[in-house]
Each structure stands twice: as C-alpha cells, then as structure tokens.
Design a protein around this ligand. Sequence first.
Ligand code: NDP
Length: 432
Amino acid sequence: MIDLDKFSNEPEFQTALREMFSSLDESVLNNPRYASILDKIVEPDRVITFDVEWVDDKGQKQVNKGYRVQFNNVNGVYKGGLRFHPTVTLSILKFLAFEQIFKNYLTTLPMGGGKGGSDFDPKGKSDAEVIRFCDAFMKQLYPYIGVDQDVPAGDIGVGGREIRALYTSYIKYSGKSDCSLTGKPLDLGGSLCRTEATGYGVTYFALEALKTYKNTDLRGKQVIVSGSGNVALYCLKKVTEIGGKVIAMNDSSNAIYVPNGIDFETLRALKEDRRGRIKEYKDLVKDEVTVMPSKDIWGIKCDVAFPCATQFELDENDAKKLFANGCIGVFEGANMPCTLEAANFFIKNKVIYSPGKASNAGGVAVSGLEIEQNKKGEKWSFEKVDERLKGIMSTIFKNCYNTAKDLKDEYNLVKGANNYAFIGIAEKMLKR
Ligand code: NDP
C-alpha cells in the first residue's frame, strides 16, 4: 500500500492520488503482480524546473518559475498541456500530469502523461509581453521536448496566441520543425477541430451517458457550463447546436444567468477576440441577463451541468444544490473541478457523474490526431477529425461504463475509468 501522507505538502497531487487509490478495486489494489509498480507509478520520471527571465513593456526584467513534469511514458511520448496562471505550483502540475497518464491511455492513442507551465499571468499583459515571455519560456524548455519525446499543448492561459509564439520560438531555438507542440494554428500545421475538441468531446460523452443511463439526450435541457474559456465556449456551442439551452456560465469574477440561453458567437467574440469579462455580456444583448457572484452559478436550477473552469470549483454544498434542483448529470470538462466529496455525493445519489480524465479527453485525443497528421504529412477535414473524436469519446464511455458495471457499481464512472486505465498502464509497466 502507498503511504499518501508523504505527499501532504503537495495537496492537489495528494488529492489526485487519493481519488485514484480509493477507487481501485481490492482485486487490483491487492494484486501481488502490481505491488512492485505502486511506488513507481506515483513518482514522475523527470521534473524540469527553470527560471524564465523576460522584459516587460517598461523595460523592467521580470522572473517567473517554469516547469515541465514528464510523469510516465509507458504509453507513448509525454503529452499534456502547458498552463500559465499565477496559481501554478509543482503540486498542481504533478496532479495534472498524473491524471494525464490515465486520460491518455483512455483515448486508445499512444501518449504518455506530462504537464507543464508557469506562474506567469497572461491576463492584463500586452501581446508583446506575452510573446516575449513565451520566447523566454521556450528558450529554457526546448532541449527537453520533441516529437518522439515530449509534445506539450495548451491549457489554462495558453491559447492560440501563446502556442503560436511558443512554437515559433521552438523552431528558432531547436533548429527543427518537427511539430513538437499541438494545438498549433492551422498555418503552422495545426489540426482542424482541435480548438473545439475538448468542449465537443465532453458533450459527446454526455450524450452517450444520458442515453445509456436515462434513455434521454440534451434536447430541451437547461444546462449550466462553468468557465468561459476554450473548453466552456465549445461546450456551449455543441450543446446549443444539438438543442440544449445553456442558461448560465461564469469566469473567476462573475456568473451570468440568461434564461433565454447564451449566444455562442456573442460570447466567443467577447472572450476570444476582445479578452473581455463575462459580465460585459449584459451590454451586448437585448435578452434578460442577471450578473451574480461567480460561485452562485451552482444554485441555478438546471438539468445538466458541465464544470469547465478549473480544479475544485464545485464542492459538496454546490453538489447538494444541484441535486436538490433536479440535476441528472454532471460532466467534467475541466480537470477535477468537483471535490472528492462532491463527486462521491453525486455517485451516491445516482446523478450521472463523469470524471474529467474520461470526459475531457477529447482535447488530447485530437492532439494525438494532430501528431498523426503531421507525421503523415496530411491535413484531414473538420468532419473527419470530428468523426474520429466522436468515436473516441464513445469508446471511452463504453470502457468506463462496462468496467463500472463489471465491478457492480454501475453509477460509478470514477471506478470505471480508474480501474480500466490503471490496469492498462500497470500491465504496460510490468512488460517494460
Ligand atoms: P482557459 O484559460 O481558456 O479558460 C479558463 C476559464 O475558467 C476562464 O473563463 C477563467 O476565468 C475560468 N476560471 C478560472 N478560475 C475560475 C474560478 N475559480 N471560478 C470560475 N471560473 C474560473 O482554459 P481552458 O478552457 O483551456 O481549460 C479549462 C479547464 O479544462 C482546465 O481545468 C484545463 O486543465 C481543462 N482542460 C483543458 C483542455 C483544453 O484542451 N484546453 C483539455 C482538457 C482539460 P478568468 O478569465 O476569470 O480566469
């Protein structure tokens, strides 16, 4: 058995380990074949840390911390996003990289687990400052990445602008053009449907789950999507396209409640083109819009919720409110947005609940397809990538659901995802 107390100075990482090990079936946890790998599976292969020195618009030198966690490559090259946010710590990146090992295995594509980032905050910085920061970050990171080694992508705070800058600097410093980042803009070898992939993927996962558990879909459903970044926006778009109504979204400052439904293009332009705040949506539409504190979003009555903002944004009290208001499904677009207590509450009360490592795997799956296209020198149509994404999300759901059913805990997709992926990774580690 692993002593999880030794990770008490890394609370987010410890929570991820607790989530995994508390959900493993006795037959897996006590399997003598896996005893030798338990200690190994919780230790990253390599952690790279560095200072990022860059110059702001006033000519002042600034220094941030940079990291890359290469956790486990038994299933393929290290793969996982870069996060730029002032809250970034090694504990958060280890939690995300650990999750990524199992998420990537679930996609059925050959990718291992990694994650990286910086405590740099792109918010409020000029484009020139962001580009100078990205250049300085990549100057430190480039020796450790490569298409057969480690392929980063975006995450919170790292969107199209940052990936363009990072990839341009990668080419400059490495002298290579080997597509060692994904989520690239199309003109630099990116894949169609990568921008949409995580938000569309979590919606496809929800459709599979709603059909299987409740014989229903999203048409006519009142939906909450938290966040208003990449994942949330494209979840809004897909849910709306298939007939659901997204009535509330938020950012870290405010939530908006729009009984007539939030308009995708208006919000996309506000967030992506103008980098505005969500409360400004009120000034852009004629509909009734109520602006409230961000956290109040979970008190709004809905049928289905997609937490798509950040870790631990939905606690047990929020879970109780959603349940009392009749919510039948909670599908994680973000990484671990529900606390363990909230997740357990949903499972106990038979609210369909999907852990992020299963339902938000669409983004990394299409990153895997981007690598495949780059290696083959091909460019696939949007429809082809979208079809592959649908197929992958359906396979992920079925593998998690069937495992949960085999373990006689049908509503426990956490058990389903964790046992299925843990056994897969453990077997590969034993073979190696
Ligand atoms: P973005 O940076 O594009 O958006 C993050 C959004 O979450 C912003 O709207 C941000 O608001 C909001 N937010 C942050 N903290 C809070 C909070 N405490 N309460 C409410 N809203 C908050 O990130 P992504 O959309 O890319 O990522 C969102 C989540 O999805 C993360 O957990 C990420 O790890 C996960 N994920 C992302 C994938 C991807 O392909 N992008 C793939 C798989 C998972 P503000 O502007 O105020 O900070």
